[in-house]
Design a protein around this ligand. Structure first.
Ligand code: ATP
Ligand code: MG
Length: 225
């Protein structure tokens, strides 16, 4: 694994029910941005004040968040030290923070893990995808060790042929990793169309009812106390 540069140890802060959600993974194109943007929109729908941190230099989430025209404060941060410092400052300004990470096991990914309360690792539907995610789980364990507990890590299977139907091999491999799996999302065109239409799936009407239901179920699981 690539040698990562040292980061200052973050000061742990505890504020009532404030939650910092980090979306990361070693692999690209697994649904980090799609899920992060929906999570931010979902939290706003639940009357939470939300700050969205786009920590991916590709900035694909930023455009989508801006176009959604919801009350979400957007910050672009890509330097790991900036993430460590700024998230602590911003934590007093909102109920929740959602961080969309870049693909890869970079120092930025590690900074997100050092700052988040909950880390979600979206992952493709195959055993190979899960093996790739296991590299991110190594970083997660390091963060948990350094922080003596947090963040809570969870894998989100994405682009499933049938939602909730994970192969026995995949379930077995996830069990070995010791990271819980959510039911995840199936492969649906509506999730692709959402970004193009500058919407989230529950704003897309009848054409995206099933996708909307599925995404809202996922949001409930991700935000469950
Ligand atoms: N459940 C799904 N069904 C179908 N397409 C999906 C699903 N989830 C995401 N996609 C599509 O897969 C592509 C990658 O998704 P997304 O950009 O959210 O991934 P990412 O992990 O943020 O990628 P990157 O690492 O490049 O930032 C996008 O075209 C998105 O619309
Ligand atoms: Mg992305």
């Amino acid at each position: 694994m690539q040698k990562l540069r040292k980061l200052p140890r973050p000061i742990t802060f505890i504020y009532d029910d404030r939650m910092i959600y980090g979306l990361t993974n070693s692999k690209g194109g697994v649904g980090k941005t799609t899920i992060a943007v929906h999570l931010a929109a979902w939290l706003v729908k639940k009357k939470r004040t939300v700050i969205f941190i786009d920590a991916d230099p590709q900035s694909s989430a930023s455009q989508w968040i801006n176009e959604l025209d919801l009350d979400i404060q957007l910050e672009k941060l890509s330097e790991p030290e900036e993430i460590i410092r700024r998230v602590a400052e911003l934590a007093t300004d909102a109920n929740d923070i959602v961080i969309d990470g870049p693909a890869g096991l970079s120092t930025t990914t590690r900074a997100i893990m050092l700052r988040s309360d909950r880390v979600f690792l979206p992952c493709g539907p195959s055993i190979l995808d899960l093996r790739a995610a296991s590299k991110a789980v190594v970083l997660l364990r390091e963060a948990q060790k350094s922080r003596k507990g947090p963040p809570i890590g969870t894998i989100i299977p994405n682009k499933l042929q049938k939602r909730g139907r994970l192969s026995r091999e995949m379930l077995g491999a996830a069990q070995k990793l010791g990271v819980p799996l959510l039911a995840g999302l199936s492969q649906r065109q509506s999730f692709v169309d959402a970004a193009g239409q500058a919407k989230v799936v529950w704003q897309m009407g009848a054409s995206a009812l099933v996708a909307s239901h599925e995404m809202q179920q996922l949001m409930k699981e991700m935000t469950r106390g």
